[in-house]
Design a protein around this ligand. Structure first.
Ligand code: MG
Ligand code: ZN
Length: 214
């Protein structure tokens, strides 16, 4: 019985994700779903990315958060449309929430929609939002063991941003085993080693987005 309930929830989510995907595709909008644990640096990555690309690529942001609008307020400072979704404690975004948030955005004016998911490396990867690209952010202070500890997220993601590489010197994070584990989980994964804060390695990430949007 329990299993049936869960699969119904996921099926309903997949149907709504398809609705989102069709609508966004029809408007020529590419969509990123950014997933990480709390504190990996998603919002800082977004702030840098917005500043670098907003004059080339019209974009908007959907911010998922448990309780606050702190991240949306940060994004707003960068002069792009942003909608906050508060999940009221819910640990992931679903396609229905994103559908409602999309209605608040100027979809005819943008080419890129960036969704910052709730900070959680577990269930967000199970809920398709209608995105083109699923992105997992791992930061160096979290440790190189995380891909094998959260394999579903790393298997499902298309891109991994390894953030805070400026901490490599201060930690025992083993880059070789990180790359080996990523390869063993998902050999199609594209990895960008960056420090959003220090603006290292960001140009390749920007070029990836330029190419994606076309
Ligand atoms: Mg954030
Ligand atoms: Zn969840």
């Amino acid at each position: 019985m329990q299993i049936k309930v869960v699969s119904n929830v996921l099926k309903a989510n997949e149907d709504m994700a398809e609705v989102n995907r069709k609508l966004l595709q029809a408007k020529g909008i590419k969509v990123l779903n950014i997933i990480s644990s709390p504190g990996a640096g998603k919002t800082t990555i977004l702030e840098r990315t917005i500043d670098a690309l907003k004059n080339e690529i019209p974009l908007a942001v959907i911010e998922g958060d448990l309780m606050t609008s702190k991240d949306a307020e940060r994004i707003e400072q960068h002069g792009v449309p942003v909608v906050q979704i508060n999940t009221r404690g819910g640990c992931h975004l679903d396609a229905n929430m994103v559908n409602k948030a999309m209605a608040e955005l100027p979809l005819d004016e943008i080419k890129l929609l960036i969704i910052e998911n709730v900070g959680n490396l577990v269930c967000p990867s199970t809920f398709d939002l209608g995105e083109d690209v699923k992105i997992v952010v791992l930061s160096v202070p979290e440790g190189d063991d995380k891909p094998l500890k959260y394999p579903t997220t790393f298997k499902k993601a298309d891109v991994c941003l390894l953030n805070k590489i400026d901490f490599l010197f201060y930690s025992n994070f083993n880059l070789d085993s990180f790359y080996k584990d990523i390869e063993s989980l998902n050999d199609e994964m594209q990895v960008f080693a960056i420090s959003a804060w220090k603006e290292e390695g960001m140009e390749e990430w920007y070029n990836y987005l330029r190419k994606l949007v076309g």
